[in-house]
Design a protein around this ligand. Structure first.
Ligand code: NAD
Ligand code: LMR
Length: 329
């Protein structure tokens, strides 16, 4: 039995992540094999982007996906987000070699203010928004603050790629399978200072830190996961695209349909673990299967992890202060 179609809006569909994600949404990987979709695709109104998007849409049509009920190209965010059940905010200016995320704060703040306002006006009142475009925590915060008629819980930022990277690295180190690893979380900001948490993770049901040395955790695991995005940019000359798209598929799939393990999501803090209320912060979450999630409570955090979390809070406070002109008082 097929479900009623859902409306999915995607920004930046002519970009690298766009090209890797649209075919997976339309094939059913994101919302399941019984979930038809209408796609609404928001690109910048310049001839190159419009032409590239036209080509992507031709390819989508050529796949003859049974679940793809319609698609349309839009240039106005209000039209793109009209009645959207899901919104994937991917379009942004990507970081190139040698650039820091902070350089991009202001340019992207204007985009996410406009898109937050548009979501507020026209999206479904239950819309689920994932912000992928960097700096994704702060961009998600700007969009959320500019959408006062939507619940803050409608907004999230993508840290799932960081969780996936951490799981893959730990599986390789312990010569196990990623499916042997559970409860892997990455706390904080999607930036090199993020706090991957091996101390609450397990490998084959045993505490993960029993399998590796403290030196490996501090000198290899945490910095490598944190700097993986930059390492990919250095190697590819462009930021991660297929793995980022895959993580966004995981994030939205689990948010919509549930998961049997913790999922890391950047979500508005409810004050847990001393993270200021409303800050978009990576937390381990339980995706309940009915479209809602809750932050995992009561975890023990050692002193060094508490210090990393405090550093992420300070960094995000700084980013939020830098873009405060873009959010209403
Ligand atoms: P890209 O440059 O290939 O594509 C971006 C697309 O967005 C382009 O087609 C561009 O025209 C479009 N765009 C720009 N501004 C837009 C706007 N206001 N409205 C609609 N479309 C707009 O970039 P990409 O490789 O697809 O990466 C996209 C973003 O994702 C970047 O900010 C990148 O840093 C970020 N990213 C985040 C993660 C994460 O884990 N959170 C991982 C990888 C990449
Ligand atoms: C990543 O983690 O791969 C990206 O966020 C890197 C970037 O800055 O685009």
């Amino acid at each position: 039995m097929m479900k009623e179609p859902v409306r999915v809006a995607v920004t930046g569909p002519a970009g690298n992540i766009g090209y890797a994600i649209l075919f997976r949404i339309a094939s059913g990987a994101m919302f399941g094999p019984d979930q038809p979709v209408h796609l609404s695709l928001l690109e910048r109104p310049n001839p190159r982007s419009s032409a590239a998007l036209k080509g992507v849409m031709m390819e989508l049509a050529d796949c003859a996906f049974p679940l793809l009920k319609s698609m349309r190209a839009e240039q106005d965010p209000r039209e793109a987000f009209r009645d959207a059940d899901y919104a994937l905010l991917i379009g942004a200016r990507p970081r190139g070699p040698g650039m820091e995320r902070a350089d991009l704060l202001e340019a992207n703040a204007a985009i996410f203010r406009e898109q937050g306002r548009a979501l507020n006006e026209t999206a479904s009142r239950n819309v689920k928004v994932i912000v992928v475009g960097n700096p994704c925590n702060t961009n998600a915060w700007i969009a959320m603050k500019n959408a006062p008629d939507l619940a803050p819980e409608c907004f999230s930022a993508m840290l799932r790629l960081d969780q996936n990277r951490a799981m893959a690295m730990l599986a390789e180190k312990t010569r196990t399978d990623v499916t042997d690893i559970r409860h892997m979380a990455v706390w904080g900001n999607h930036s090199p200072s993020m706090a991957p948490d091996i101390w609450n993770a397990t490998v084959k049901g045993e505490p993960a830190d029993n399998f590796v040395t403290d030196q490996w955790i501090r000198e290899e695991f945490i910095p490598t996961v944190g700097k993986r995005g930059s390492a990919i940019i250095a190697a590819r000359g462009a930021s991660s695209a297929a793995s980022a798209a895959s993580a966004a598929v995981d994030h939205m799939h689990d948010w919509a349909l549930g998961a049997d393990d913790w999922v890391t999501m950047g979500v508005p803090s409810d004050g847990s673990y001393g993270v200021p209320e409303g800050m978009i912060f990576g937390f381990p979450c339980i995706a309940k299967g009915d479209g809602t999630y809750e932050i995992v409570k009561g975890l023990t955090l050692n002193e060094e992890q508490q210090a990393r979390i405090a550093k992420n809070i300070a960094d995000l406070e700084e980013e939020m202060a830098a873009v405060k002109a873009f959010v209403p008082d």
